[in-house]
Design a protein around this ligand. Structure first.
Ligand code: ZN
Length: 238
């Protein structure tokens, strides 16, 4: 079983207009919508004890999904560092939408992660860039979201990202909306759709992408981060 933890800030859903759209929270909408076969799901939110991620929970998570937008700064630096180390050791990380400005995404990217944005509810069209990638399996070559927040270039991510999806917006912008990275032993996927006032996490294509991404990001094994103390030579050295 893949041990998936869906971490959600879970503040905006406590009030309208988001409350009506995601009454149980974005985390539960995602859990209800993805293909759960072989996946064991737990939830964590910012206002849970230890901000939802105790050592015990983090050390028993294979893939972490991260959604947040209002309270990035409230996440403890020490927690972001612990999550980063867990990613480097092999845990998969899926960062959704406004999670691009989270401490954990910035920590694993090492860059600003900034972008252009516009919230007028315009149409977004996503295009599959790499039809061979496991994340796009069963996803149409192109699909639309009738209303989304525009995220546009330049996007402050490193150049080693592998682009899986590109988006076009009705206002004319384009964006690298699905990008994968390898950080240490961990796989990282950033996926842009998911503004909280739109029903994006009920869209079957978006849910299919997230389902695939969880399976893609799950580690086969972990590689603890350590500098070994002394390496004996394998060959006789003069
Ligand atoms: Zn948004």
């Amino acid at each position: 079983m893949i041990r998936l933890c869906i971490w959600n800030e879970f503040r905006h859903e406590l009030r309208e207009p988001v409350k009506s759209l995601y009454p149980e929270g974005i985390h539960r909408a995602i859990a209800d919508g993805i293909d759960c076969e072989g996946i064991d799901i737990r939830f964590a939110t910012l206002d849970d004890p230890e901000q939802g991620l105790s050592d015990e929970i983090l050390n028993n998570t294979d893939v972490l999904i991260w959604w947040a937008h209002l309270a990035h700064r409230e996440v403890a630096d020490s927690l972001a560092a612990k999550i980063r180390d867990r990613v480097l050791a092999g845990m998969g990380l899926i960062v959704l939408h406004s999670g691009h400005m989270s401490k954990i995404f910035q920590a694993v990217m090492g860059t600003s992660c900034t972008l252009r944005w516009r919230q007028i509810g315009e149409k977004e069209r996503l295009w599959t860039v790499d039809p061979s990638h496991p994340i796009v399996k069963g996803v149409p070559e192109t699909f639309t979201l009738e209303h989304e927040e525009m995220y546009g270039e330049p996007f402050g991510i490193p150049d080693d990202g592998k682009i899986v999806f590109m988006s076009w917006f009705a206002g004319g912008d384009v964006f690298r909306s699905g990008v994968t990275f390898q950080r240490g032993a961990g796989k990282v996927f950033y996926f842009a759709p998911g503004h909280e006032t739109f029903p994006t996490y009920y869209d079957r294509n978006v849910l299919k992408v997230i389902s695939n991404a969880v399976r893609w990001a799950a580690p086969a094994e972990y590689f603890p981060i350590e500098c070994r103390k002394w390496a004996e030579p394998e060959e006789k050295v003069q």
